[in-house]
Design a protein around this ligand. Structure first.
Ligand code: C5P
Length: 232
């Protein structure tokens, strides 16, 4: 299975994003586009990144009725995204509809992964606001299993959860993991972090790395260090 480093391009607009990526003259990193950049720059940014030779993880976390998600996924598929995602909380029916929308006439499709519980949600929120009484870990693994049963390719999770997800859903079920920092780097607002090398040991398939690369004085060197530590 392909393992890779995905750079989280959390920039405010297309110009800033392309200026950053222009620094990479020898490689074409896999990039993640989130809601802020997608809503600011519009769908054209995906076409432009693809035309420049990048793989694109479109992190829009869809969650709506199945028919709406199916139609929206068809649009994202036609933009050329390589990985897209949704909230597993939208139910199996929504996830299956999403897969239908993503699948091309020839049977190929972008990878589809699920967000289980956002890392900003804790057990107290779940119990008091959402009336979900089970331990967070159990909910995360249960949602991952729902995603696998619906036919999805994997989940977004912490590298610290990658082993448990693989144990429950199989080694081939992808774990795409943010929360990665260099051992000598700044943690920023991330709380539970792992190094790229540790993420590899824990079984992450793709690591998503933002500020340690984007805010570095030398982003290309930081990216190369990350690839070297993660891919060995
Ligand atoms: O800059 P940093 O490496 O912290 O960026 C991590 C990226 O992964 C950001 O785009 C952030 O929104 C995203 N992310 C995360 N934690 C999650 C889900 C997504 O950090 N649980």
């Amino acid at each position: 299975m392909a393992k890779d480093v995905i750079i989280a391009c959390d920039f405010a607009g297309a110009e800033e994003t392309f200026a950053f990526l222009d620094r990479f003259t020898e490689e074409k990193p896999f990039v993640k586009i989130g809601m802020e950049l997608y809503y600011a720059a519009g769908p054209q940014i995906v076409r432009d990144l693809k035309a420049r030779g990048h793989k694109v993880f479109l992190d829009l976390k869809l969650h709506d009725i199945p028919n709406t998600v199916k139609k929206a996924m068809r649009v994202l598929r036609d933009l050329g995204a390589d990985i897209v995602n949704l909230h597993a909380a939208g139910t199996a029916a929504m996830m299956e509809a999403a897969l239908e929308g993503l699948t091309r006439a020839d049977g190929t499709r972008p990878l589809l992964i699920a967000v289980t519980q956002l890392t900003s949600t804790d057990e107290e929120h779940m119990r008091e606001e959402l009336l979900i009484d089970r331990p967070l870990d159990e909910v995360v693994l249960h949602y991952a299993e729902n995603a696998r049963r619906a036919g999805l390719d994997g989940v977004v999770c912490s590298p610290l959860e990658a082993g448990k997800v693989h144990a429950r859903c199989g080694e081939g079920f992808l774990t795409v993991t943010p929360g990665v920092r260099f051992s000598d780097g700044d943690k920023g607002d991330q709380k539970r972090v792992t190094t790229p090398a540790r993420a590899r040991q824990l079984g992450s398939d793709y690591i998503v790395v933002g500020r340690p690369i984007t805010q570095s004085d030398d982003p290309v060197a930081a990216y190369r260090r990350c690839v070297k530590e993660f891919l060995g």
